[in-house]
Design a protein around this ligand. Sequence first.
Ligand SMILES: [Zn+2]
Length: 204
Amino acid sequence: MTTATISKPSPLDLESIQKLVHQGKSVVSSEDSEMVKWAIKRIKGGEKMTLYLKPTVFDAIERWYWTPERMQLVGLEPLTPQLKKKIKNDFGIKIDGYANSLECPRCSAQYSTYEFIEQGIEQHGGDIVRQTFSLKRAAVLQINPVQDIICRSCSLRLIRAARPGSIRVTYHYNYSCVERNAYACCESSILGPIIAATVPAASK
Ligand SMILES: [Zn+2]
């Protein structure tokens, strides 16, 4: 099941909801704070889903999830201006934010935002990828996504350890693009012992 979310107090667009339901989706309307708590429970529980969220709800989840410790654990780094420019030139996508970088243990090629977008375009087509990154005032949150991160040079599936004897780390990202758009992932695998004690409220 894919769940789309429309929160109060915006008036409900019942026609759009009907369309989504007819496409086989479920729509949940809830208070922001309830939505934040619900999503965090799904992240912790390892459930796999995509949420389409209003920016304030996304921000609350994002602040809870991306602690400095977790950013360091997976090696989350800001995109460089050069990379942003290259992605804009090559794919026509305006992107900003953070991602980690994986080095292929076989051929040493790097995998990060450029390669992720390139792989996404190959798998899903350029139109849908560009549309996703150009949503306005809507955040796409991939919760525990099943991702095959494949080396672009030698086709090896990429994973690495955070440190010797530690957890497996795959590709992580927290992108923001245009007008409060976001495209991000949250994974239970990196929560480990550093789970925040309190759940933040979504700001209004
Ligand atoms: Zn490789």
